[in-house]
Design a protein around this ligand. Structure first.
Ligand code: ZN
Length: 433
């Protein structure tokens, strides 16, 4: 008997190989996995009536910093450099371990309520952030971070290396939905080639993957070029980073040659159009990257630069960026939906587990209520998802079959209590205003 039958969905966007959009279909879940897709009604312990609902794979945010949700609206009217200066000052003032955990709880809750079931989260104190996100029910990819200098966490380089070795055991202790093991050096402008080489070697030895910022701005490219006479991608290649599965955050200013390198190494990109537009960083070449053979997922970046974790608005902006850079005829809506689901899953190393509605996949699913004026009529389901639907339409969310959002409410934590704790903690930022 099935554990759950999501019954009679008006649409199911599968993101399978054929990009099928099924109608009047039921989806059965057993032991956290999708065990049935069809039009019959097999026995199930629980029935979820999906009449007038759209079921989609949970959205996957392939680049973010959830802890920075506490800094929403903190750095406005600045470019990336100004942004970093303002944010680093605030982080220095409040981001101890408990605060990182609190900010991540807030971000994880926002993500889940918005229909995002997996996030690639680079932030300080990953043990604490992971604990917070798992508590809320998110599939939360975290990992030790690396800077040359003792960052806000005060760690020396040797301690960072030590933490990296301890990370797999820490992950096992915390539990939660499966995630790949990741190491997260911040970027080629904060980590020396020597240090990147060391991280790459440890990642290779431990079978870990790597996530770092690459070519977010032209200034970054120029800075790295001045220092090393190489592009950030070339630095990654020459330090061995690209010899392990790697995902770049942003990749706005990858040259044709960088794209060729990334594609040949199986490197993927987390494209964050919202953050790139807000900070004036540029318009990433989404179609060109895909054409070059790079797997591209979508992401929000942090709440201080985007200012939310809304993957529906990210899909919309990704489409707008293509229309603006190229033309509306170059906007392939299926590719946008896939970049928020299965392509993002592949980009973060979870392509065989989540990102599509297929038998055997883990049941990371979301339900959207289509009984709404702004979602009527439906001429094109992908256009509905990208241009008309929003996160407010998400009613129910499952991660590995566990219902973490029911009727737009978390089943795991109390929102009112969380808001109270957040507002109390951010009072410490008042003197910096
Ligand atoms: Zn970032």
């Amino acid at each position: 008997m099935l554990d759950l039958l999501i019954k009679n969905a008006r649409y199911a966007v599968t993101s399978n190989k054929k990009n099928e959009i099924l109608e009047g279909v039921s989806i059965g879940i057993k032991d956290g996995k999708i065990a049935y897709i069809g039009t019959e009604a097999p026995d199930a312990k629980t029935i979820f009536d999906a009449t007038d609902k759209l079921i989609s794979p949970g959205l996957i945010n392939s680049h973010t910093h959830l802890g920075m949700s506490l800094l929403r609206g903190w750095a406005e009217g600045v470019n990336l450099q100004g942004f970093l200066e303002r944010v680093w000052a605030a982080e220095g003032a409040i981001m101890d371990e408990a605060t990182c955990e609190l900010g991540t709880e807030l971000g994880a809750l926002e993500a889940l309520l918005s229909g995002t079931t997996t996030t690639m989260d680079m932030y300080l104190n990953p043990v604490a952030t992971h604990r917070g996100a798992v508590r809320v029910g998110l599939r939360h990819i975290a990992g030790p971070i690396f800077f040359d200098f003792p960052g806000l966490d005060g760690l020396q380089w040797s301690q960072r290396i030590e933490r990296a070795h301890q990370w797999p055991a820490e992950l096992a202790k915390i539990g939660g939905p499966f995630i790949p093991t990741y190491f997260m050096p911040h970027s080629t402008y904060t980590d020396s080639p020597e240090n990147l080489t060391e991280v790459a070697a440890i990642a290779k030895a431990l079978g870990a993957r790597i996530h770092l910022h690459v070519s977010e701005t032209e200034a970054e490219n120029a800075d790295v070029q001045t220092r090393y006479s190489k592009s950030p991608t070339e630095v990654c290649r020459d330090t061995g980073i690209l010899d392990v599965p790697t995902i770049f955050g942003h990749g706005v200013h990858l040259s044709d040659s960088d794209m060729k390198i990334a594609a040949s190494k199986g490197t993927s990109v987390g494209h964050c159009p919202g953050s790139n537009l807000k900070l004036g960083s540029g318009l990433a070449r989404f179609n060109e990257m895909r054409k070059a053979g790079i797997t591209v997922g979508l992401g929000t970046d942090s709440c201080s630069s985007s200012n939310d974790l809304d993957m529906f608005s990210v899909m919309r902006m990704a489409a707008h960026v293509v229309a603006l850079r190229q033309s509306p005829a170059d906007v392939d809506l299926t590719s946008i939906v896939r970049a928020a689901t299965i392509e993002a899953a592949k980009a973060v190393g979870l392509g065989d587990r989540v990102g599509s509605i297929e038998i055997g996949k883990e049941a990371d699913l979301i339900a959207l209520d289509l009984h709404a004026a702004h979602l009527t009529p439906v001429h094109d389901v992908n256009a509905l998802l990208v241009f008309a639907a929003g996160r407010g339409d998400v009613t129910d969310v499952w991660v590995a079959g566990d219902q973490v959002v029911a009727k737009r409410q978390s089943t795991k934590i109390d929102l009112t209590d969380l808001i109270k704790r957040v507002n109390l903690r951010v009072k410490a930022l008042e003197p910096l205003k």
